[in-house]
Design a protein around this ligand. Structure first.
Ligand SMILES: NC(=O)c1ccc[n+]([C@@H]2O[C@H](COP(=O)([O-])OP(=O)(O)OC[C@H]3O[C@@H](n4cnc5c(N)ncnc54)[C@H](OP(=O)(O)O)[C@@H]3O)[C@@H](O)[C@H]2O)c1
Length: 324
């Protein structure tokens, strides 16, 4: 079968299509014929050896996918060959077939196509866990989203609107902000050309935002924390800018602000019941049209390395789906 292969950690340009042997499932695993694999920022990190998790070499990137079960391990009870599923595997999705732990797979409803299924779990799962469980976002509160036109950012906008919050979207270009508006953001800030804190204060009658969703890190994080009000909550989601900011802790003390870490995949593994409940709510909201993954590009496997490079270069909007 064909797979996009990372033979050693290094530049994204080293990724290459290769013929590899199809995997065999262990007792509690399945092999999935991959129809759609959605790309995420961590794909760019994992192949460079910059992610928290370093898979054994060689491996294929691709953390989330949807497809059809081909073979099942001897101890797997709830899945059969022919089942339509979606799965979060961490890596391996950018191949024609992928090994997955059976308990990391969920049935894909007939109403959901493979591309949408693949693009749903990681970004919406992360943002829902962050907003609901970590920040306890309430209807009527104001959420500031940094990097709002990216994968998790768009999900955060849509989910916060579905939860009844007011959303201020911050991004770096007019084109990116237009997408934020289209998916439901109430207010827009270009954080490369405008003063972030002044704009947030003006938009909140000087009260500040209630919650900040920061998947970017770098130079805007401290300003965004300073833009929260009394008991504001600041979600540490990621560092797409490549810079992990150092925050003076007096900023937490002064307004009783809370700085909250978000680590969705580990949280989902540690609390599978909450994860399943979240996924059921997300699937219901998808069916009701409250959320809709913004798939901006659908590409074949041999275009996946270029797409991962463009994610790392800040050149993409929304989700890219690969069809191996
Ligand atoms: N904590 C968790 O559980 C969890 C789960 C999933 C993802 N994440 C993390 O969340 C972050 C965003 O993921 P994503 O899939 O949404 O990524 P994405 O689609 O690439 O979006 C990231 C956004 O960050 C902004 N950015 C600023 N500087 C950048 C730079 N130097 N390179 C690339 N982007 C830059 C860009 O927006 P502007 O150009 O508008 O600034 C971009 O739209 C990543 O760090 C990822 O690892 C964390």
């Amino acid at each position: 079968m064909k797979a996009l292969l990372c033979r050693e950690f290094g530049p994204i340009s080293n990724l290459a299509i290769a013929d590899v042997v199809e995997p065999n499932p262990g007792p509690q695993q399945v092999v999935i014929e991959v129809h759609s694999a959605a790309l995420n920022f961590p794909d760019a990190l994992i192949v460079q050896g910059l992610y928290q998790i370093k898979p054994p070499l060689p491996f294929s990137p691709g953390a989330e996918l949807a497809g059809i079960v081909k073979t099942v391990g001897s101890e797997v009870k709830h899945l059969r060959p022919g089942d339509r599923v979606l799965a979060v595997t961490g890596h391996g999705g950018l191949a024609q077939a992928c090994l997955a732990d059976a308990d990391q797979c969920m049935h894909l409803p007939d109403t959901l196509d493979f591309d949408t299924g693949a693009a749903l779990v990681l970004t919406y799962g992360t943002s829902f866990h962050a907003l609901r469980h970590c920040a306890n976002l309430q209807a009527g509160e104001t959420l500031l989203v940094l990097g709002a036109s990216g994968g998790v950012g768009i999900a955060a906008i849509e989910l916060a609107k579905a939860m009844g919050a007011r959303v201020i979207a911050a991004a770096s270009t007019t084109e990116k902000l237009a997408v934020c508006k289209e998916v439901g953001a109430d207010e827009l800030i270009n954080y490369e050309t405008e003063k972030l804190k002044e704009r947030v204060m003006a938009l909140t009658h000087n009260l500040g935002a209630d919650v900040v969703y920061d998947a970017v890190g770098g130079k805007h994080s401290e300003t965004a924390l300073r833009s929260t009000g009394w008991r504001g909550r600041f979600l540490v989601v990621g560092f797409a800018s490549g810079e992990i900011p150092r925050i003076p802790l007096n900023l937490a003390l002064l307004s009783e602000r809370q700085i909250l870490g978000v680590f969705w995949h580990t949280a989902a593994l540690r609390d599978p019941k909450s994860h399943l409940a979240n996924m059921q709510i997300l699937q219901a909201w998808l069916a009701e049209g409250k959320i809709r993954p913004r798939i901006t590009e659908r590409l074949p496997l041999d275009k996946a390395a270029d797409a991962i490079a463009r994610i790392a270069q800040r050149k993409t909007i929304g989700k890219i789906v690969i069809n191996p």
